[in-house]
Design a protein around this ligand. Structure first.
Ligand SMILES: C[S@@+](CC[C@H](N)C(=O)[O-])C[C@H]1O[C@@H](n2cnc3c(N)ncnc32)[C@H](O)[C@@H]1O
Length: 297
């Protein structure tokens, strides 16, 4: 019989911090901290450009897999994964109508036609509109940090996987980012950003909880790892990655202001990161948390 890794720990795991409340759910439904503005889409597209190659390799796909991406956003990653499963099927599930429309338009523009084995559907990750045991591989990236109940989303991902099917996750712990020289204003505003994300029903430190959550959702053979983002001035990735963080603040400025963070503080933090990006002696350190596991057979 498949073992739940947490069962060997004795006491029942404390998952009370993920108890889904109506209030949390309502906030998460409306309060996607990044929003869907054009500059935010552009930021997300850059993030895809910087991280997709490595993430697609992480997925261990075979060409005939039936695959689901939960929270597919602009569909950029979904379409790259589609190219790796030419004889399979891939669905992108996304809640936001605006993101879905954009995904469909872009794919149409780029390919002239939709790939026949790539489909996008609108829906909520907490209630996946698929039958049990439909997929060989289910993944999500940069999504669990925004949902009201990550545990419930993972239980849904478990349900729609066939027995023996694989789950892959990549999420962040925003507090892991560091710059040298220190950025005191950015650090203060970043902490506030995290508090506001929590207030909106999300979890800015979700990355470090992936093992506990996957195990609690019933997955076995759970493995955790880090995908480092280390850059110094003068290397190709340095300026774009520093800009990923300043652009998060730029595109969230309205949302942060609406939640009590004065615009001048956000702008001072952005200016500090812009100055770091232009130095020739600076460095940045971050990592994504990754996890994969299997639905027991
Ligand atoms: C940061 S984007 C990541 C998109 C994509 N996974 C990627 O890596 O490019 C997060 C996406 O999750 C979507 N999302 C948030 N909560 C969701 C939910 N409950 N169900 C489905 N999608 C959701 C948002 O609308 C947004 O498009």
């Amino acid at each position: 019989m498949a073992m739940n890794p947490l069962s060997s720990m004795g006491a029942a795991p404390d998952l009370s911090f993920y108890r889904e409340t109506a209030e949390r759910r309502a906030h998460a439904a409306q309060g996607y901290i990044h929003g869907t503005s054009m500059p935010e889409r552009s930021r997300l597209a850059t993030l895809n450009e910087l991280s997709n190659g490595d993430f697609v390799r992480f997925l261990e796909l075979s060409g005939t897999d039936h695959v689901l991406e939960v929270g597919s956003g602009l569909g950029i990653l979904t379409s790259e994964v589609a190219a790796r499963v030419p004889d399979g099927i891939i669905f992108g599930l996304e809640r936001s109508e605006e993101q879905l429309e954009f995904a469909l338009q872009q794919l149409d523009l780029v390919s002239g036609d939709m790939l026949p084995h790539l489909q996008f559907v609108q829906g909520d990750a907490h209630e996946l509109p698929f039958s049990d045991a439909s997929f060989d591989v289910v993944y999500c990236r940069y999504v669990l940090e925004h949902v009201a109940s990550p545990l419930r989303v993972l239980q849904e991902m478990h349900r729609v996987l066939r027995p023996g099917g694989k789950v892959f996750l990549q999420e962040g712990n925003i507090y892991a980012v560091q710059f040298d020289p220190d950025c005191a204003k950015f650090e203060e505003v970043w902490r506030q950003f995290g508090h506001i994300q929590e207030k909106l029903g999300g979890d800015p430190a979700i990355g470090k909880r992936l093992f506990r959550l996957l195990a609690a959702a019933g997955f076995e053979a759970v493995s955790i790892s880090l995908s480092p983002v280390l850059h110094r001035a003068g290397t190709e990735g340095f300026a774009p990655w520093v800009s990923v963080f300043s652009d998060i603040l730029r595109t969230a400025e309205d949302s942060l202001a609406a939640n009590g963070l004065p615009r001048e503080e956000t702008r001072a933090a952005i200016a500090e990161l812009d100055a770091i990006r232009d130095r020739d002696d600076a460095a940045m350190f971050f990592y994504w948390n990754r996890a994969h596991g299997r639905r027991p057979t």
